[in-house]
Design a protein around this ligand. Structure first.
Ligand code: ZN
Length: 131
């Protein structure tokens, strides 16, 4: 399964995962404030997927693809999935642990895909309004 996501959205998911991991260290207020800010930038589909993984105890719910394997469960991903993930901005589902996996190189600073994607996404129907 594939859910299209922008670089920003994948980063937001990672931030959310970080917040969840650090929940013991943060004050409740800081946690909620951070979580709300991050969730505002995420489409419902991604958010729901994320939350169902967390509810199932699959944390972190978002895992990078490392040398062809899911960094969440360390099981090798199908070559097809690895290739697709490396080429399109999206989060995929690890067939073993169901975590959301993504290709790390796609969300690096200055990724050429980021620019192409954000200009393609500048359509008025997008979620939320930024001024
Ligand atoms: Zn996995």
């Amino acid at each position: 399964m594939k859910i299209e996501a922008t670089v920003k959205q994948i980063r937001a998911l990672l931030q959310l995962a970080e917040l969840n991991e650090g929940v013991d260290k943060l004050s409740l207020e800081a946690y909620h404030r951070g979580r709300e800010a991050v969730q505002r930038g995420l489409p419902r589909l991604l958010l729901e997927r994320y939350q169902s993984l967390v509810a199932a105890g699959r944390t972190p719910a978002v895992a990078a693809i490392e040398r062809g394997a899911c960094s969440g469960c360390h099981v090798r991903l199908p070559t097809m999935l690895e290739h697709q993930a490396g080429r399109s901005l999206a989060v995929y589902t690890c067939p073993h642990c169901r975590r959301m996996v993504y290709a790390r190189e796609l969300i690096r600073e200055g990724s050429h895909l980021e620019e192409a994607k954000s200009s393609a996404r500048a359509a008025p129907a997008s979620v939320g309004r930024r001024s």
